[in-house]
Design a protein around this ligand. Structure first.
Ligand code: EPU
Length: 448
């Protein structure tokens, strides 16, 4: 069954420019964390502008398993979380709900504070204690938590409560920084975190926690200081817009010679992306009308230009912007260089683009930038894209969320009819994307 072709397929008749207007809502990568933060409160929390995406359903399921009542508010996209009856969840049920999601790890701090113990299922094939959550586990231990490997996952307890700690992350991990914030806010004493991630989604999570009564100082040079408090209340919050989705549509506009107004997109969170967009030859215009603003992205005609870009932690070029932008770079004249420094293996999707006529070669070396931690470890993490290439239709299977959206952009840009299998994966992070495609004039329909 492992290699079975998924049955959900989008049939895309490509080659036409995307034109029109779509809206992005609250950022997926803030919303899931803000939902977990609600567990820390003594009263209900309220989140606005939540998109209807599968990741929100997964976290809603996890919250409900832990006794949090989740209900819809009066406005579209408003959710209310009532943590009055937080309780331990059934271990098997957590596994069923979480799938390969990494969100269960972030429940540790809140559950330790509320119940004195927590459980993390083995996640997505990687064994706990392995590299992907080592920073999380190490930090929890420094707070005084006891972490034991159980049969189905990690059992975590805090027999003597949690206390502040002096921590330094080996790499500014987004998830580990969130873990530390969600744990330190109610730990006894002061926590000092060095080499913290400072992505806009992290700063927005800090805003959420401050509304709840937390005391958090963000110093220069990636240092965050958290003064623990004994209780927190609920929050009411409107999240920052989803800058990954906004950039995905922007790249789609460029790759298809289109013109897309992304309502809700915000310049401040996308400056690095906008610089690259301009360098490649794309055009944008900011509309900052209160309540109706956004960014218009379009292909101004003429040839796109090759660029060298390197993904990095904020304020660098986001790793999640990389895949959609590479599709646009297949249309640029010359050799573009991409150096992926956040994830060791985020270029596998380029094989599908080559199948469609692109010329992309991947390398183990750190190309076009500063050496990164993957250079000497045999990871294919650099790419050279030779363009422009005429893309043609193909049958594609979506490997993951961001690579999947890139496949979709490539299918929209290519001449002919492509079949994109496993399309439901896109619903994890992109709300209503079939309706958005239709609003932009794309010729695509669900097939079987
Ligand atoms: N890392 C470790 N050990 C750890 C934690 C991280 O070695 O304990 C490494 C990772 O393997 C990776 C690097 O640190 O090489 C960065 O990982 P990070 O922890 O920053 O990523 P994350 O928190 O797991 C979030 C987003 C990702 C986004 C990254 C980077 C969510 C739910 N996910 O992941 O978004 O790419 O930050 O900005 O917030 C997506 O939305 O599709 C997505 C993958």
């Amino acid at each position: 069954m492992e290699n079975a072709v998924p049955r959900d397929v989008l049939v895309v008749h490509g080659g036409a420019p995307l034109q029109g207007q779509i809206r992005v809502r609250g950022a997926k990568n803030l919303i899931s964390k803000a939902m977990v933060a609600a567990v820390l409160g003594d009263s209900p929390s309220r989140l606005y502008d939540v998109p209807g995406i599968r990741d929100v359903e997964v976290v809603t399921g996890l919250l409900e398993l832990h006794g949090v009542r989740v209900s819809k508010g009066a406005t579209d996209g408003e959710l209310i979380f009532d943590p009055a009856n937080v309780e331990a969840a059934n271990v098997d049920e957590i596994n069923v709900h979480a799938g390969s999601s990494r969100i269960p790890i972030l429940f540790c701090g809140p559950l330790l504070h509320r119940l004195g113990h927590a459980f993390i299922p083995d996640l997505g094939g990687c064994n706990i204690g392995g590299r992907p959550i080592d920073f999380h586990i190490q930090s929890l231990r420094e707070f005084g938590a006891v972490v034991d490997k159980g049969e189905k996952g990690m059992e975590i307890s805090a027999p003597n409560g949690l206390h502040g700690a002096k921590l330094q992350l080996p790499y500014p991990s987004v998830g580990a920084t969130e873990q530390i914030l969600l744990t330190a806010v109610r730990a006894e004493g002061v926590t000092e975190l060095r080499n913290a991630a400072v992505e806009p989604e992290i700063i927005d999570l800090i805003c959420v926690l401050q509304k709840m009564g937390a005391i958090i100082k963000v110093h220069t040079d990636r240092v965050i200081e958290i003064q623990g408090v004994s209780s927190l209340s609920g929050y009411s919050h409107r999240p920052i817009p989803d800058r990954i989705e906004a950039a995905s549509w922007a790249a789609a506009a460029l790759a298809t010679h289109g013109d897309v107004f992304v309502r809700g997109a915000r310049q401040a969170d996308m400056m690095t992306f906008l610089n690259t967009y301009t360098s490649v030859g794309g055009a944008f215009e900011i509309d900052d009308t209160p309540g109706h603003g956004g960014i218009r992205f379009w292909h101004p005609g003429g040839e796109l230009k090759a660029v060298a870009l390197e993904t990095d932690v904020h304020p660098g070029f986001m790793t999640d912007w990389q895949q959609p932008m590479v599709v646009a770079l297949t249309q640029a004249r010359g050799l573009s260089i991409v150096h992926e420094t956040v994830y060791e293996s985020r270029l596998g999707y380029t094989a599908a683009l080559n199948q469609m006529g692109a010329t992309i070669q991947t390398y183990r070396e750190c190309l076009g930038g500063t050496p990164c931690r993957f250079g000497r470890r045999n990871f294919m993490h650099s790419a050279v894209i030779a363009g422009p290439s005429k893309l043609h239709a193909a049958d594609l299977v979506i490997p993951d969320l961001r690579a999947g959206f890139s496949h979709l952009i490539a299918a929209l840009a290519a001449e002919g009819t492509s079949r994109v299998y496993g399309i439901n994966l896109i619903h994890r992070g992109y709300e209503d994307f079939e309706a958005k495609l239709a609003a932009l004039g794309a010729n695509a329909e669900m097939g079987s």
